[in-house]
Design a protein around this ligand. Structure first.
Ligand code: HEM
Length: 413
């Protein structure tokens, strides 16, 4: 074949990989397309005139550089429709970001989160033991959803009878985090309905907690407002939205992806069961690296910035692909190997980018880690064997990626 022919074929392969990296049909395995993008990188043209960042060094450099802003994401990904997602500090920059994140940050200190360990372990024990009593179960419905949903709802102060309503609204909003061009009209409609319901539901709860404060995070936010933090009603709702949606839709997939990785790698499961006290914590980070819940984010240059020899001018956008960066062989030994000892202290493994980095680094990372450790601890203690009943189907979601069902047979120890 002529060199021109070869070039055309190569560019076809890259184009296919760009499509596959976000296509519903490749949700079960976007990693093959990521490999092609990394080889073609560092900056491959992607949708919306944004460039795709698939390599670790570039993703890390961009995420930790505050000259790259996240404020333009709603316009970039959701500018095609007239549905407004409530603003939150996830999509704001200093000084608003600093003020709002600071208020919520008080609830997520390592100490506060450590205080939630007993509750996470109690829930994990109840849910895992419930599954063992029936031998066959959908782990999405019976473990991965209820644990983080209950934790975030209790933290906020949502009454138990409304947890399922919160779950339904967040699922529709989470689907709506994907770029509008990937969403069907009924999904866009479901998103706007869910946003309206969310505002109504949490608006009521905020009014109740203003009249009758309790020991929960909603009351703490109301108090902060009363003490002069100048949170507007829209800021309060946007803050609650990000806490609710980011607070469980992500962790659902961490739990499910983690269990799936252990099923697919029985030798690693054996190692975990042999020494859970040492291996639960590093296993959580390896699960986060190997199969992360959040696959991408966007940034827009607010300055002239040069990354790996390419200069971006103000206004240029990038799509940072953390799911790909975590599998970059330039940063990780044998990146496609699932190894629960990779993050043991002293091994010097690079940090994964699954919680982001820099100003917007995930506020809930300690809580998510704690919840997953509780699940792994109980699974290691009580489960002898897990077998897949089918190849798990995936939701079409690109940004927050995960399975829609994880049907397994379970045997207790
Ligand atoms: C495995 C679970 C989780 C994953 C993978 C995850 C991932 C992320 C990522 C990647 C970001 C940064 C986005 C960006 O830079 O564009 C982020 C931000 C955030 N996450 Fe998480 N998250 C998880 C759990 C949680 C939990 C449990 C909460 C709260 C209870 C939470 C609250 C937030 C908030 C508030 C932000 C915005 C931070 C900011 O903009 O300053 N997340 N998360």
């Amino acid at each position: 074949m002529s060199s021109d022919g070869a070039t055309v074929q190569e560019s076809d392969t890259v184009l296919t990989a760009v499509v596959d990296s976000v296509a519903p049909h490749s949700r079960h395995n976007p990693y093959d397309s990521y490999r092609i993008l990394r080889a073609a990188g560092p900056f491959v043209p992607g949708p919306h005139d944004a460039r795709l960042v698939a390599g670790y060094a570039e993703a890390r450099a961009i995420l930790q550089d505050a000259r790259w802003s996240h404020a333009e994401e709603p316009q970039l990904l959701h500018g095609d429709s007239d549905v407004e997602l409530p603003g939150s500090f996830l999509w704001q920059e200093p000084p608003e970001h600093t003020r709002l994140r600071g208020l919520v940050g008080q609830a997520f200190t390592a100490r506060t989160v450590a205080g939630l360990r007993d509750r996470a372990e109690e829930l994990a024990a109840r849910l895992v033991d419930g599954i063992l009593s029936r031998e066959r179960a959908d782990l999405i419905e019976e473990l991965a959803y209820p644990l983080p949903l209950t934790m975030i709802c209790e933290l906020l102060g949502v009454p138990a009878e409304s947890h399922d309503h919160v779950r339904d609204m967040s699922a529709a909003i989470s689907r709506g985090l994907d770029p509008d061009f990937l969403l069907a009209p009924e999904e866009l409609a479901a998103r706007s309905r869910a946003v309206r319901e969310f505002e109504e539901f949490f608006g009521d709860l905020l009014r109740q907690r203003t009249r009758d404060p309790r020991e929960d995070l909603i009351s703490a936010l109301v108090r902060a407002e009363a003490e002069g933090a100048r949170l507007t009603p829209a800021e309060l709702l946007g803050t609650l939205l990000i806490l609710v949606v980011a607070g469980h839709e992500t962790t659902v997939n961490l739990i499910a992806n983690g269990v799936l990785a252990l099923i697919r790698h029985p030798a690693e499961f054996d190692r975990l069961r042999a020494d859970p006290a040492t291996l639960c914590a590093p296993a959580v980070d390896e699960i986060l690296r190997y199969d992360p819940p959040v696959h991408l984010t966007t940034r827009t240059a607010h300055d002239e910035i040069t990354v790996s020899g390419t200069t971006f001018v103000p206004g240029e956008a990038v799509i940072v692909m953390m799911g790909s960066a975590n599998r970059d062989a330039a940063a990780f030994d044998e990146p496609d190997r699932f190894d629960i000892t990779r993050y043991l202290p002293g091994r010097g493994t690079q940090r994964h980018l699954s919680f982001g980095l820099g100003l917007h680094y995930c506020l809930g990372a300690p809580l998510a880690r704690l919840e997953m450790q509780a699940v792994l601890g109980r699974v290691a203690e009580r489960v002898a064997a897990l077998t897949l009943c089918e190849e798990p189907p995936y939701r079409p979601n690109v940004v927050v990626r995960g399975m829609s069902r994880l049907l397994v047979e379970v045997r207790s120890r």
